[in-house]
Design a protein around this ligand. Structure first.
Ligand SMILES: O=P(O)(O)OC(CO)CO
Ligand SMILES: [Mg+2]
Ligand SMILES: [Mg+2]
Length: 280
């Protein structure tokens, strides 16, 4: 049966590649750094230009579709997921990496219908790796099928996470206690690429057993979540319940055994949801 979302997915791959070219081109030039929620939550003109490029090109082709874009939300647009076809866009996932030319930067595009992610595209543009997943049809990197690691022993695992952009000492203490618990299990290692999307693609590729983070946003993980699950992995909330992409918390792992073992070690906390009503 024909896939009703195939042309949207083809467009997402094409525009992600174009966006990636723009990011690569701007890497050496765009040093104008602005800040958002904190002094270390960075944004550049390239983030804004890339988001506009993606939204404009999608609007021309699919005028009825909706958008949740990181930089549009930063500019005051709402962040509510409806049942309508919705493009969930992170124009540069890894802006801090981009600013420092630390070589892991991704364009992330998720697409949801009826609040379910139908396809995900993550273009790791400095590595030139195009990760794609279509719900029920598998996950791929540059066309090659992806499969998560078969490891079930946490002591043999690599776990990816990030420190986030909050420097509130209480939040940092939570993050460090979780990290200490996991590191001392012990695990083989803890890593972080500096981008949620690429961390999730590393899980999907079998290079890391798990990724967890509190503080991410829906645009960081919408595409990556489908890439992980279509590569055979599982998604959980950091408390072990069902994942909620608006909750700003996620565990993505190769299997349930690893995911649940990590959940036991995470000191969870709650942040304002992405879809919380806007403050007036
Ligand atoms: O670089 P960005 O898009 O701000 O995202 C960060 C997390 O919020 C890295 O994943
Ligand atoms: Mg991001
Ligand atoms: Mg971003």
């Amino acid at each position: 049966m024909a896939d009703v979302w195939q042309s949207s997915m083809d467009h997402a791959v094409a525009v992600a590649r174009k966006a990636g070219e723009m990011v690569r081109g701007a890497l050496k030039d765009d040093r104008t750094v602005m800040t958002k929620s904190s002094a270390v939550d960075l944004v550049t003109q390239t983030d804004q230009k890339v988001e506009q490029l993606i939204i404009q090109s999608v609007k021309e082709k699919f005028p009825t579709h909706r958008f949740i874009g990181e930089e549009s939300v930063a500019a005051g647009e709402s962040c509510n997921l409806t049942d309508d076809p919705t493009w969930i866009i992170d124009p540069i996932d890894g802006t801090t990496n981009f600013v420092h030319a630390f070589p892991f930067v991704a364009v992330s595009i998720g697409f949801s219908v009826n609040k379910q992610v139908e396809f995900g595209v993550v273009y790791s543009c400095l590595e030139d790796k195009m990760f794609t997943a279509r719900r029920g049809r598998g996950a791929f990197c540059n066309g090659e099928p992806l499969q998560v690691s078969e490891q079930t022993d946490i002591h043999q695992a690599i776990v990816a996470t990030e420190f986030g952009s909050s420097r509130d000492p209480t939040a940092v203490d939570h993050i460090f206690r979780s990290l200490r618990n996991i590191l001392c299990l012990p695990v083989h290692g803890v890593r972080g690429a500096g981008t949620a999307a690429i961390n999730m693609c590393l899980v999907a590729s079998g290079c890391a057993e798990a990724y967890y983070e509190i503080g991410i946003h829906v645009w960081d993980v919408a595409a990556g979540s489908l890439i992980v699950s279509e590569a055979g992995g599982v998604l959980l909330d950091v408390d072990g319940g069902d994942v909620d992409l608006m909750s700003r918390r996620i565990v993505a792992a190769n299997n349930r055994t690893i995911a649940e073992r990590i959940v036991k070690e995470i000191e969870s906390f709650t942040l304002q949801r992405d879809d919380a009503p806007l403050q007036s």
